[in-house]
Ligand binder design. Structure first.
Ligand SMILES: Cc1cc2nc3c(=O)[nH]c(=O)nc-3n(C[C@H](O)[C@H](O)[C@H](O)COP(=O)(O)OP(=O)(O)OC[C@H]3O[C@@H](n4cnc5c(N)ncnc54)[C@H](O)[C@@H]3O)c2cc1C
Ligand code: SF4
Ligand code: SF4
Ligand code: SF4
Length: 390
């Protein structure tokens, strides 16, 4: 089947194929880099072709740009929620209304081993685990089947994930539902679960972890820290570029191969609403800059707009220029030139921590994608292709 023949940079690992298979004969298996890909048990396969028909990578096509999306800045008026959210807390505001209406939220949370998986939240306590970005590819498991059962029952559902996961879900469902809100994150790429799981196990070493926060705002939103709290002995906290896992994530060394060929950039977002960090806000909206975290929201359709209108958020409308600080909204993230060597080294050892530490640069160049001339050229070329001018 074509889903197994695709090259590594095509399959985004959304698990739509595994969810749809009527024979349950697709399992997701981990490769040497630590990413998951489908594997078919041909003894059970009936060659129905459903896995191919739902695959968002095999069926990706350019959605024509009819109108510009609505772009807004947003903050959650609840200071505590905003503090515990990665950006401005837009995700929680959108979820709140759905939970109050008896609905259910699906998103990425931690399991008991701090591995990242998609799971459901049916109340505000459970929602806490879904709040906050987790910088690793989240496993979908059977979640698309659960989403389907809930939307078909008529319940309000919010599904949140990367745009490729939203695309996989959309194809799996096969039609739109008014009672489903899909919320994508403005994703530049996802690191390997093998590396995150090795990292967190090593960081824990004999101490029980009570909280992991990839985006602690202890020293402000712009200087976010990875923070790991231990039950018995305080916490570990490091500015993002001083932690070897986060640094390799931000330098794009450890991302999934499909991320540098991402087919889910604007206009192929496949979600009703897209949420990101309002990076560059000090340049386009200095009057609302407070370093406590602000979301940028892209509303792609009327369904998204209907749900957004009901969310408890303070908003400000923006024009397209605000997206100049989000190059990867339009173009795939280029992989770091050290990526190949990194994973070649990983293949030679069973000590991923040593490899991450080896590649850890003490004084790396600042991570500003917009400073990169090549990225800027690609960004403007893509905008021109889509019919926008400088
Ligand atoms: C891997 C990744 C890369 C990102 N890269 C960028 C970027 O380059 N630029 C940018 O502006 N924004 C990026 N974001 C989005 C940003 O970090 C925030 O998630 C987003 O702005 C929402 O913030 P919030 O304050 O509204 O809500 P929060 O409560 O902080 O957001 C939580 C939401 O994110 C979802 N989520 C968390 N981790 C994952 C995951 N691993 N996979 C799928 N969904 C997840 C949860 O399901 C939940 O819905 C990225 C997010 C992720 C997960
Ligand atoms: S062709 Fe049908 S039965 Fe075979 S793996 Fe794909 S979905 Fe499953
Ligand atoms: S459906 Fe998703 S996981 Fe399956 S082959 Fe396609 S991209 Fe890969
Ligand atoms: S960058 Fe693209 S392919 Fe990679 S996880 Fe994000 S949406 Fe999926």
């Amino acid at each position: 089947m074509k889903i197994e023949e695709m090259n590594r940079s095509a399959c985004c690992g959304c698990e739509s194929c595994a969810n749809v298979c009527p024979q349950n004969c697709i399992i997701m298996t981990q490769d040497a880099e630590g990413f998951f890909y489908p594997k078919i048990n041909y003894e059970k396969c009936i060659k129905c072709g459903r896995c191919e028909s739902v695959c968002p990578s095999l069926n990706a096509r350019e959605i024509p740009v009819k109108t510009l999306p609505i772009i807004l800045l947003a903050i959650n008026p609840d200071e505590k929620i905003r503090r515990h959210s990665s950006s401005g807390g837009a995700f929680t505001a959108l979820s709140e209304k759905i939970l109050n209406d008896g609905g259910i939220i699906f998103g990425a949370g931690f399991d008991e081993n701090w591995h990242v998986k998609h799971m459901a939240a049916e109340n505000f306590d459970a929602l806490e685990n879904l709040r906050g970005s987790k910088y690793v590819q989240s496993r979908i498991g059977n979640i698309f089947k659960s989403v389907k059962a809930e939307v078909e029952s008529g319940r309000k559902v919010l599904f949140s994930g990367t745009p490729c996961q939203c695309a996989g879900l959309k194809n799996f469902l096969g039609k739109d539902f008014e009672n489903l809100l899909t919320v994508g994150v403005m994703c530049h790429g996802v690191p390997s679960p093998l590396l995150w799981e090795s990292y967190i196990e090593w960081r824990g070493r004999g101490h029980e972890i009570s909280r992991v926060n990839f985006r602690s705002k202890r020293f402000g939103w712009l200087n976010f820290q990875l923070e790991i709290t231990f039950k018995d002995c305080g916490y570990y906290s490091k500015p993002n570029m001083q932690d070897f896992y986060i640094q390799e994530f931000l330098l794009n060394t450890i991302l999934r191969p499909s991320c540098s060929a991402c087919q889910f950039r604007f206009p192929n977002l496949n979600c009703d609403i897209l949420l990101g960090d309002a990076w560059g806000i000090q340049n386009f909206a200095p009057e609302v800059t407070d370093n406590r975290g602000t979301s940028i929201i892209v509303v792609n359709n009327n369904n998204g707009l209907d749900y957004l209108k009901k969310a408890r958020l303070e908003v400000k409308f923006l024009d397209l220029n605000a997206l100049i600080y989000q190059p990867f909204f339009f173009i795939p993230t280029p992989a770091d030139e050290r990526r190949k060597n990194f994973f070649d080294d990983l293949a030679k050892t069973n000590l991923p921590i040593n490899v991450m530490q080896k590649y850890f640069l003490q004084n790396p160049a600042p991570v500003s994608s917009m400073n990169n001339k090549k990225t800027q050229e690609k960004f403007w070329a893509r905008l021109k292709e889509l019919g926008f001018t400088k």
